[in-house]
Design a protein around this ligand. Structure first.
Ligand SMILES: *Cc1c(COP(=O)(O)O)cnc(C)c1O
Length: 234
């Protein structure tokens, strides 16, 4: 199957889940491009552009993002998000390579980013909703402090929340994590006196995007369903 066919199939899955949930708002496809070549990234970005869809690519590693950003930028309107953890010594590199950071999970990182960025810059707060110690993201109880730090920041602004779901076939348990992120988003929207719809929910991947869409995802991050299995070393 070609990349275009798999992208169309994935969009079909998103649409079907939106319909099943009775949703009339939108959910965008973000391509998770870790380990993919610049050529593949560019080709996939072009398919999204040809469909009139937002061109949204998520990179896990700053170095990798820098290597492919140039290829992606040939596609007008392409947006690159950082979806992997950001080490403090990579802050400058990240800010020069990506349009949005989805993985802000501490007030320390908020401060570092804000001191370096020098322009208005959107961030998502990443929350560990599954409680698995191996997962990145702040604890749910730390969200208000981090959101407050973003609000105090001179340049950063809160654009949404992100989580990596529980890796499990247990639908109820996985969905509970996504529902939790949605409650966190709704509470933040209320505190910030903004509407829920102004704050994105980035959740759901190849295996479980339907569950995430049904719990309110506005961005799903999909890798293997579009690009095939990753090399084992990736
Ligand atoms: C790899 C990755 C994805 C996509 O996972 P797939 O199972 O390949 O769809 C989504 N989010 C993050 C943070 C990732 O690292």
């Amino acid at each position: 199957m070609t990349l275009a066919v798999r992208i169309d199939d994935t969009c079909g899955r998103i649409r079907a889940a939106m319909d099943a949930a009775g949703r009339s708002d939108r959910c965008d496809l973000e391509l998770a491009v870790k380990t993919r070549t610049p050529e593949t990234c560019r080709e996939a970005a072009q398919v999204l552009a040809d469909r009139g869809l937002p061109v949204l690519l998520g990179h896990n590693r700053v170095q990798e993002a820098r290597a492919t950003v140039e290829a992606i930028r040939e596609v007008p309107g392409a947006q690159v998000h950082l979806i992997g953890p950001l080490q403090s010594n990579k802050v400058n590199q990240a800010l020069s390579a990506v349009d949005l950071i989805e993985t802000v999970d501490s007030t320390d990182l908020v401060d570092r980013l804000d001191h370096r960025v020098g322009r208005r810059f959107p961030v998502f707060v990443q929350v560990n909703t599954s409680g698995e110690p191996s997962k990145h993201g702040c604890a749910p109880q730390d969200v208000p402090r981090i959101v407050a730090a973003v609000e105090m920041a001179a340049h950063l602004y809160l654009h949404g929340f992100m989580t990596v779901g529980l890796h499990s076939p247990d639908e109820r348990a996985v969905r509970e994590g996504y529902a939790h992120l949605r409650r966190i988003r709704d509470e933040a929207a209320e505190r910030l006196c903004t509407s829920d719809g102004d704050l994105a929910l980035s959740m759901g991947m190849s295996a479980d995007l339907e569950w995430a869409v049904e719990e309110g995802a506005t961005i799903v991050r999909v890798g293997t369903a579009v690009f095939g299995p990753r090399p084992a070393s990736g």
